[in-house]
Each structure stands twice: as structure tokens, then as C-alpha cells.
Design a protein around this ligand. Structure first.
Ligand SMILES: [Ca+2]
Ligand SMILES: [Ca+2]
Length: 172
């Protein structure tokens, strides 16, 4: 078990509504990496808040954008041994939207849709998945349940030794 350290920086923008300073925009950036440098991520979460004429929170919308990466094994010479240069970065682009509902005066996420598109440095692996989560809350605004699904595609380049010489020839 190793440490994954995260640096969090955020800014809140306020507007004075009915004599009170209310947050209208919240931007939070999370930058993390593992001690060994095998995983990293950098995501920014944005939330826009709206208020009614009485200064009461009436709605919120938001999104998540960023990148993450992890080192994966690419056995280029097919010897089942991790040789120099065979741990390569698999980078992922993250885009997501969060839908909120105001429950008991607080903006709660009711729907989260996140798309992850990833590929390896050498282009030998790729994937494109979308994760959807629906959240439910009880009358007190306490999270009571969640359902979700994941849909997508992935692919990897495989060795097709068509001429059976145990060598990766052009186009195989
Ligand atoms: Ca190898
Ligand atoms: Ca061959």
C-alpha cells in the first residue's frame, strides 16, 4: 500500500443576494499522484449555483473535466517479462456532467454521467466508457441509494502471426 497524494485548490465566486453573500460558482481542482509515479490524475470540478428572488438556492449544474493516467505493461517482445520501456502510460481524458436537485436547501447530485476515453502511449490499447450513476435521497436530504451502469468499448492490438514465423511482421 502506497500513498496517493492529492493537492486540492479551489475558488468560490460569490454574489450578494438579499444582503447575503451566496456562492454562485465553485471551481475545485484535484491533482494527485502515487508515490511511485505509476498513477496520476488532474481533474477540475465546476458547480454553478442559481438562487431565486429571495436569495434561496434554486438549482445547480456542474461538470468534471480532466485527465488521468496509469502505467500499464506492454509486453512488446512477448517474453512475459517486464523489460526496459515496457511500462507505458495509459492516458485517460475525463469529461462528465453532474445534475443537481435542491433538497432541504442543499444542492445534491442526482445524476452523474462521466465519460473516460483512454489510450496507451504506443496506441496498442484504447477504451471509451461512459459511467452513469443515479442518486436518491430521503426526505432529510440524506443519500439513500444509488444505481448506475457502464457502457463502452475497448480494444487492444494483438499478435496475429499469419505467416507463423514467430516474428511481428508489418501489418500483423
Ligand atoms: Ca517483455
Ligand atoms: Ca510473422
Amino acid at each position: 500500500m502506497i500513498w496517493q497524494d492529492t493537492t486540492i485548490t479551489g475558488t468560490n465566486t460569490y454574489r450578494v443576494i438579499q444582503g447575503q453573500a451566496q456562492v454562485i460558482l465553485s471551481v475545485t481542482r484535484n491533482v494527485s499522484s502515487t508515490a511511485g509515479g505509476t498513477q496520476r490524475s488532474d481533474t477540475t470540478t465546476t458547480v454553478n449555483y442559481t438562487y431565486d428572488g429571495n436569495g434561496v438556492l434554486s438549482g445547480a449544474t456542474g461538470d468534471v473535466r480532466g485527465t488521468s493516467g496509469s502505467q500499464v505493461f506492454n509486453d512488446a517482445n512477448r517474453n512475459n517479462v517486464v523489460d526496459a520501456g515496457e511500462m507505458i502510460w495509459q492516458d485517460t481524458t475525463i469529461t462528465g456532467t453532474n445534475t443537481y436537485r435542491v433538497i432541504q436547501g442543499q444542492a445534491q447530485v442526482i445524476l452523474s454521467v462521466t465519460r473516460n476515453v483512454s489510450s496507451t502511449a504506443g496506441g496498442t490499447q484504447r477504451s471509451d466508457t461512459t459511467t452513469t450513476v443515479n442518486y436518491t435521497y430521503d426526505g432529510n436530504g440524506v443519500l439513500s441509494g444509488a444505481t448506475g451502469d457502464v457502457r463502452g468499448t475497448s480494444g487492444s492490438q494483438v499478435f496475429n502471426d499469419a505467416n507463423r514465423n514467430n516474428v511481428v511482421d508489418a501489418g500483423r
